[in-house]
Design a protein around this ligand. Sequence first.
Ligand code: ARG
Length: 602
Amino acid sequence: LPLATKTHPMSTMAADEEYVGNVKRQLAKIFEISLKETVPDEPDIEPLIAACTAKFGDYQCNNAMGLWSKIKGKQTPFKGPPSVGQAIMKNLPPSEMIESCSVAGPGFVNIVLSKNWIAQNLQSMLINGIDTWAPRLPFKTAVVDFSSPNIAKEMHVGHLRSTIIGDTLARMLEFSHVEVLRRNHVGDWGTQFGMLIEYLFEKFPNWEEVTEAAVGDLQAFYKASKLRFDSDPVFKERAQQAVVRLQGGEPKYRKAWAQICEISRNEFHKVYQRLGVHLEEKGESFYNPFIPRVLEELNEKGLIEESQGARVIKVEGVNIPLIVVKSDGGYNYASTDLAALWYRLNKEKAAWIIYVTDVGQDQHFQMVFKAAKRAGWIPADDTLYPKTTHVGFGLVLGDDGRRFRTRSSEVVRLVDLLDEAKTRSKAAILERETSKDWPEEEVEKTAEAVGYGAVKYADLKNNRLTNYTFNFDQMLSDKGNTAVYLLYAHARICSIIRKSGKDIEELKKIGKIVLDHPDERALGLHLLQFSEVVEEACNNLLPNVLCEYLYNLSEIFTKKFYSNCQVVGSPEETSRLLLCEATATVMRKCFYLLGIVPVYKI
Ligand code: ARG
């Protein structure tokens, strides 16, 4: 295998000495020192630190057992994993982070963090801002290829999932200081354009002036032209000619194509605007000019073979080959993706290229990635950069357990779906006593935040690979793990602070956080874990990890802290108000990363 290109050196962590966000990483540094001391003959032992679920500690170090199996045959002062654990504990350098340690079972070192240290970290976050808790990832640039609907075809709930999941991944990476190229890989190049263009000419003799309004629903337009294509051989012949003329660059055909794309683009844009999602379109057509060169390179490397008139690339472990030139000489989805990948690696210098589509496309991407590995574009080892990942997701189901459709079994229009979410949440808001004196604008804004937030959260909270059932009643319920519940929990915290009558900015400067009550401590610890959770969600490209964190935060706040610790009027008022503020701050950042707009009043 050829060697990977060296264009993307892993950046080092050297610049991040000051970075304190990640508890796990800081503990790892301390344990690394101890491990060197404990087993000097075993260099480069990586500290294994994990959050604890048991009540013996907050974190644990899990190195003892693995170390023991490495050293047991050799000359060693240890008698078994527990004694290795004891030594690791004894050799820890003094640290203000750690309150105490103990060794349990087969050598786990349980770590109890210092509550003063936790409190100090919360306080400095409040003063310096939550961005100081942003994870640092070991690469600079990423491409997130998401949403990517097809021109004139349906933008369906699958594209909605891709849009929501992709936007969140982009937000999390951006927060982590990665430069993210948000790419809308729209399907704007293909044989369907022949029939669309011919149909446009036929229906609208003055097509150059035709507007979106005249064409109406592009999906219906697509269907009608398809009907024409299938039923009239003369039209079909013309449509096939049109493809050739379009691809040959004939101005009239290019112009008609551009017009159809523009109409579609305006439709897509409405959905993105509502969802607050920003994307940069580089559609399939953009990569078209690069295809011949890229295929030439692959050919020179000996990857391309002839098979039944087509040109293909064989990849390991898949019994069908990747077709890159069809038997009629045309390019396809795969040739475009190879050119796009080449462009992203070489022109855009992306270190991580992430594709968000339904799991149905997994095989396509695995084949493209394997071809890229064969070509030496990316290393075979997936832990090295540059790398590519397919972020697959499951289906959206209706209440009947089948693919989500309207009653007349049409594809659900995304705009209608968002409308309904908003209408329903507006009705619920108007029912509340507290909203009686809200200005109309506030009702509207809250209804949108809650309605769209509910749709997004219902999607994001599940592991993306599982199918999920689309149900308005469930997602708009103010109980359980929903955006509505979380948004209201946040608003309630804001109202506790407001009602205290204290100037929270002033308190941040002069006040001190104290975590004496166990529930204060539990809340403080959970808050401090924000950074490592975002980092995990980024590394595994799993938004549900962040949702789970947010939901737990809200539960710890409400059921533990707020139930057992009086805030306003207590001797600990200042510290507790600061804890409320820290909670609200972290919740807001979670909302932001999930693409949800927070509300401050309920
Ligand atoms: N347009 C495709 C679809 O609707 C998704 C494109 C995904 N991105 C890519 N680079 N293939 O299924």
